[in-house]
Design a protein around this ligand. Structure first.
Ligand SMILES: *Cc1c(COP(=O)(O)O)cnc(C)c1O
Length: 391
């Protein structure tokens, strides 16, 4: 049966694609070796640097975020290299599995999936590695399975405090353009991101921002690579071209997205996400439910993961909101499957969209007979009324 009105896609990525970006993409694909392409390519390659806040190279792949995860590892590491990873949640676990498959040896600092990576534990671990066998520290900035943010600048400091030369590699696939990220200032060596979350684009583009130290490591790294090799990108990228066919139409979209982010102002974009995070958590608490992230100050402005009361199915609840309110919420992933649902509040998103989303959750909780108190939406509205939007 047809459902009238707009679908609410409130998963934490892919996020809703604004009309301006859809129109930008809806143009003829041009010759990617022709003279007109250079302008598109250079604008994309230079524009995305302002979002990573870097002056060094950002490589753009026609791939999902997983491709850029693999690219990051194979470009700077050699077979059997030890790397340190931190178990923040499902995505950190997937990156670790990928690391095993490409032939390096990841070691996991275990976590409880309720907070970001802990700099003190990383410092202690690296301090034990007297011979500097660990070649990289890999952390997820915004852990999309839990709604927790890792303190990247503090992790850089932890590595330096341990006097350790390991590269710092960060996945900000779901953090970029929603939560402040400073590739250069924070001393990150490789940053991985993707198009379909904070950048408001459809899926299909992903990124590696690389420091000079990472570019130097690329020259010595012995893991096998071809499609992902930065070395083949550097030359053509200088004039706005790519070694193989780029996702031309998504690059039109990327250029529009970067313009939109700067028109709003990056600081305003970050404040908007943070404010929506506070309002969403106020709603959860008013419902008498628990937010999965238990570390104060590390809660994400991108999404809120909500713990289901004992004995109730998060997936049945999500099926209810889809059926009755045409709203998709995020599911719990792997070990928290069916125990958690996730409210995405990222990308091209405003106050009324948040209130609509939270209304759907509150009505869904009632329809699915999930024990809760009414008044979550009212609590969120109260926050939005008092905390200035900056507009
Ligand atoms: C979405 C996401 C990924 C995976 O990206 P794909 O585009 O699905 O390959 C990896 N890490 C994080 C933190 C993500 O949010």
């Amino acid at each position: 049966m047809r459902q009238a009105g707009r679908h609410f896609l409130q998963i934490p990525g892919p996020s809703a694609v604004p009309d301006r970006i859809l129109s930008a993409i809806s143009r003829q694909t041009i010759d990617h070796r022709g003279p007109d392409f250079a302008k598109v390519g250079l604008k994309a390659l230079n524009g995305i640097k302002t979002i990573f806040k870097t002056e060094s190279n950002v490589f753009i792949y026609p791939a999902s975020g997983t491709g850029a995860w693999e690219a990051a590892l194979v470009n700077v590491l050699s077979p059997d290299d030890r790397v340190l990873m931190f178990e923040t949640g499902h995505f950190a676990t997937l990156w670790k599995k990928l690391a095993e498959k490409v032939g390096i040896r990841p070691e996991f600092i275990e976590g409880d999936w309720r907070g970001g990576a802990d700099p003190d534990k990383i410092e202690a671990y690296l301090s034990e590695d007297k011979n500097h066998e660990i070649k990289a520290v890999c952390v997820v900035h915004n852990e999309t399975s839990t709604g927790s943010v890792s303190p990247i600048a503090a992790i850089r400091k932890a590595i330096d405090n341990a006097g350790h030369p390991a590269l710092l590699m960060v996945d900000t696939i779901s953090g970029l353009a929603s939560i402040d990220f400073c590739h250069d200032e924070w001393g990150v060596d490789v940053t991985v991101s993707g198009s379909q979350k904070g950048l408001m684009l459809p899926p299909g583009l992903s990124f590696n921002a690389a420091s000079e130290k990472a570019i130097a490591a690329n020259k010595k790294a012995k893991l096998k690579r071809s499609y992902w090799d930065w070395e083949d990108m550097i030359g053509p990228n200088e004039t706005g071209y790519f070694p193989y066919t780029p996702a031309t139409n998504l690059l039109y979209g990327l250029n529009e997205a970067v313009d939109m982010l700067h028109e709003e102002g990056l600081d305003n974009v970050f404040a908007r996400h943070a404010r929506h995070g506070v309002a969403a958590r106020a709603a959860v608490r008013a419902w008498g439910l628990e937010v999965l992230c238990a570390q104060q100050g590390q809660e994400s402005g991108v999404l809120t993961a909500v713990m289901m009361p004992e004995g109730h199915s998060a997936d049945e609840f999500r099926a209810t909101t889809l059926k009755h309110f045409d709203m998709s919420l995020g599911n719990g992933l792997s070990k928290i499957a069916d125990k958690v649902f996730r409210i995405g509040h990222l990308g091209d998103f405003n106050d009324l969209m948040l209130i609509g989303t939270l209304s759907g959750v509150e009505m869904g909780l009632a329809k699915a007979d999930v024990p809760h108190k009414a008044g979550g939406v009212a609590a969120a509205m109260e926050h939005l009324k008092t905390a200035s939007s900056g507009a």
